[in-house]
Design a protein. Structure first.
Length: 552
């Protein structure tokens, strides 16, 4: 059996090849000499050919190798196995640039099938492909955190003077928080959640980026060289009284770095797309701004802010808060708003689970429906029904986009048209009403994404046995869009791209409906009369048909 390890830069392809090489008895020093192609005798006359990066080979080098590879993977008696590492696009390019022989074309088709669908129908090819970019980063981040925070090297911190006599070492404090404080600590759960949401939106996190994220979270401080602390920096930072700037909750978003550097770093661009720190709710800001004096918030303020003297109710924050409340000038307001941003970030990662709903945790991000999305995705992946709240919200959002009206129907899908397939903002003609609960062969449900893209979910519409089901993939962005529209936002003002995607989905449904009418003969007019069904809105906001007969 031969293997191809693929993925994007930073996924660890070369690392895996090296580990296999060493595990099978290869010499680590020989590997480190940098040869492009490594050959290893295994046993019983068998050998292994390892290519740590296929893109490093010249076309003439890769052509001869791929010729041998294509022949051997189709020969059950071949004594040579192969282990290739290559990025996605470069892998197929190397096969395309090789000679056009039947063996290579067959192998190329199998590789393409494995890349796209993970399976191949060619049972005669002895090849498996591992795409490291499909590994969920939300699960890997937990393993990486454990490997780094539990490393034996931390034993060197025992007896360090920077952490003695009650002093706080920010590096050690960040490690403690990264590991989790107590069994119910939400930190890693929330970090994994935003990584998972980002991946479901199509953003991949290679292992290299996850390692950089954990390192920056532990060591970040804007006053340190390159924004990263060393043990030697800690005493000076302690003396300056700026330990709060080492907050792990800021470092996750690269705020220890200069803004220009953070904006150019792909890792932090993806995480800052959630707007955590910039987004908020009245309830959270009332707690952070007035909680020390307002009896309605005092108990929660003590629990959520005062209980954290390191990164919560620090001297710098309480001073800026008091100055702001007493009437600050422009510069002082700017200082407080920066401190408020850091507190929102900390609240997102430390809010206890019992208070998540009370304070609408996901209002601290641009994805207000992210919690419902994750709950939906996890339930359907476990074979459970999607939450009724999610189904109702999706249907109500679709109805408002399909009709251009603020309809309230959520137990039936209202498919409307303007009289053509044009993308009109308002569609007053009723084309069809589809039952959401299963009835007469019709159903609207949320299911796992049929294509398996980004571990996603889809809306599935079933309309009898004659028409194949129609699917709409739901990324977190589309889910958020439908949620915002369902609560009354104008579709085009929130996301023009999402609006156009859903209008294209509507056009697909209209075509399928037209096809079914032709099959059933319902498109033939009777006695020169045409029945039009207009949409009327009842007093309770529900769309209902009004029949109008037109002579033609």
């Amino acid at each position: 059996m031969s293997y191809i390890i693929t993925g994007t830069a930073g996924d660890g392809k070369t690392y895996h090849c090296r580990e296999v090489w060493i595990e099978l008895g290869g010499d680590a020093n020989l590997w480190n000499q940098g040869a492009k192609i490594q050959r290893l005798d295994i046993c019983d006359g068998r050998s292994l050919v390892v290519v740590k990066d296929l893109s490093e080979l010249r076309d003439d080098e890769s052509a001869s190798l791929i010729t041998e590879f294509s022949a051997d993977i189709a020969d059950a008696a071949a004594s040579t196995s192969y282990l290739f590492a290559a990025n996605h696009g470069q892998l197929l390019e190397k096969f395309k640039s090789a000679p056009k022989t039947p063996e290579i074309e067959r192998a190329s088709q199998v590789v393409e099938d494995l890349l796209v669908t993970s399976v191949t129908n060619d049972a005669g090819i002895r090849l498996e492909l591992r795409d490291l970019s499909r590994s969920p980063a939300a699960q890997m981040i937990t393993a990486i955190i454990a490997a780094i925070t539990e490393h034996e090297g931390w034993q060197g911190c025992d007896g360090c003077s920077a952490g003695g006599d009650g002093a706080i070492c920010p590096i050690f404090e960040n490690r403690r928080r990264l590991m989790g404080i107590g069994e119910e600590d939400p930190f890693k759960k929330r970090l994994a959640a935003i990584i998972e949401l980002s991946e479901r939106n199509g953003s991949h996190f290679p292992v290299r980026q996850l390692l950089a994220l954990v390192a920056n979270s532990l060591l970040g401080h804007p006053d340190a060289r390159d924004g990263l602390m060393t043990c030697a920096d800690v005493p000076a930072l302690q003396d300056a009284g700026h330990l709060d700037l080492a907050s792990i909750y800021r470092n996750i978003f690269g705020e220890n770095l200069k803004p220009s550097r953070a904006e150019k770093t792909e890792l932090f661009r993806k995480l800052n797309a959630f707007g955590i720190g910039a987004e908020t709710s009245n309830r959270v800001d009332n707690l952070l701004v007035y909680g020390a004096d307002d009896p309605a918030y005092k108990a929660d303020y003590d629990e959520l802010v005062v209980s954290d003297p390191v990164y919560g109710a620090t001297a710098a924050f309480t001073s800026a808060q008091r100055t702001y409340l007493e009437g600050a000038d422009a510069n002082e307001r700017t200082v407080f708003l920066g401190a408020l941003r850091a507190q929102r970030q900390r609240m997102f990662f430390t809010m206890p689970e019992p208070k998540v709903d009370e304070y609408d945790l996901w209002d601290l991000s641009v994805f207000r429906y992210a919690g419902l999305y994750l709950e939906t995705a996890h339930k359907i992946s476990a074979g459970q029904a999607a939450p009724r709240q999610a189904v109702s919200m999706i249907v109500r959002g679709l109805n408002r986009i399909f009709t251009g009206m603020l309809v309230q129907n959520q137990d039936e899908l209202v498919l409307a048209t303007s009289g053509s397939f044009s993308q009109s903002k308002r569609s007053p003609l009723l084309d069809e009403i589809i039952s959401v609960p299963r009835a007469s062969g019709e159903e609207v449900s949320i299911v796992p994404d049929k294509a398996g893209r980004n571990f996603g979910v889809s809306v599935k519409l079933v309309r009898g046995g004659e028409i194949p089901p129609v699917f709409l993939a739901l990324s977190p962005t589309r889910f958020e869009f439908l949620g915002r529209v369902a609560e009354g936002a104008l579709p085009s003002s929130f996301s023009l791209e999402c609006h156009e995607d859903l209008l294209a989905f509507k056009a697909r449904l209209l075509r399928e409906t037209e096809n079914r009418r032709k099959l059933d003969g319902d498109d033939v007019t009777a006695d020169g009369e045409l029945v039009l069904r207009f949409i009327d809105i009842s007093p309770d906001g529900r769309a209902q048909p009004r029949r109008v007969i037109v002579r033609v």
